[in-house]
Ligand binder design. Structure first.
Ligand SMILES: CC(C)c1onc(-c2c(Cl)cccc2Cl)c1COc1ccc(-c2ccc3nc(C(=O)O)ccc3c2)cc1
Length: 229
């Protein structure tokens, strides 16, 4: 039922998603042995900065994205970066092969100056993503659907973004039916995660504000994408 061109589209996006990962030498830094709140914040800032660079490169591979209005491309990246990073870090937490990064990443997030009121929903989200047992194609397409959200702030041509998103949603819906035949509502559950991501994105804005109150510094790229400083 998935057409040839939908297969091709899925392959392009999944290959790009797998190709664009945080460099292993950056990820390895999580394993170093300082665990102060300061050190954890600095490491997480480095992870996020590297992840944003990876995200920008991945987005260029989404068919049709570079044909969008240039300012809309920026608006989509700024509006979806946090959500895309929640999805990517969720995959790290729910990886089959324990890469050793999972425990240390959790430890560093829990001890980086984030207040408990955000830690709980954050790790509930990670758990709920894990329970979906997404295949890598679903992860790649779900991230793409998140990036191609038409109603981000400052997007001018929402219709153009909607057309692209609908194309991806159609493939994702068919893939879910194929991958989870015993669970007809699986696609709906996936889309429910996108709603949870929006909530986390709002929490994130408050997380940033509280870090800034304690005079935490971000990198120029993160300041740019999150409109801080
Ligand atoms: C600026 C920092 C402090 C920040 O602010 N909010 C969040 C934040 C938080 Cl704390 C949670 C969710 C989203 C955001 Cl933006 C963060 C840290 O964001 C992260 C982004 C990505 C990763 C990440 C991504 C991929 C990885 N891949 C591997 C691998 O082995 O391939 C290993 C580690 C990885 C780490 C970790 C934290």
């Amino acid at each position: 039922e998935i057409t040839k061109e939908q297969q091709a589209l899925m392959k392009i996006i999944t290959d790009a998603y797998n190709r664009h990962q945080i460099p292993q030498d950056v990820a390895k830094k999580l394993l170093q042995d300082q665990y102060s709140a300061e050190e954890n914040f600095l490491l997480l800032t480095e992870m996020a900065t590297s992840q944003v660079q990876v995200l920008v490169e991945f987005t260029k591979n989404i068919p049709g994205f570079l044909s969008l209005d240039r300012e809309d491309q920026i608006a989509l990246l700024k509006g979806s970066a946090v959500e895309a990073m929640f999805l990517r870090s969720a995959q790290v937490f729910n990886r089959k092969t324990p890469s050793g990064h999972t425990e240390v990443l959790e430890e560093r997030i829990r001890k980086s100056g984030i207040s408990e009121e955000f830690i709980t929903p954050m790790f509930n989200f990670y758990k709920s993503i894990g329970e979906l047992h997404m295949v890598q194609e679903e992860q790649a397409l779900l991230t793409t659907v998140t990036i191609l959200t038409p109603d981000r702030p400052y997007v001018k041509d929402q219709q153009a973004v909607e057309r692209l998103q609908e194309t991806i949603l159609d493939v994702l819906r068919k893939l879910c039916v194929l991958q989870h035949p015993q669970e007809p509502q699986y696609f709906a559950r996936l889309l429910g995660r996108l709603t949870e991501l929006r909530t986390l994105s709002h929490y994130h804005t408050e997380m940033l504000a509280s870090w800034r109150m304690n005079d935490h510094k971000f990198t120029p790229l993160l300041c740019e994408i999150w409109d801080v400083q």
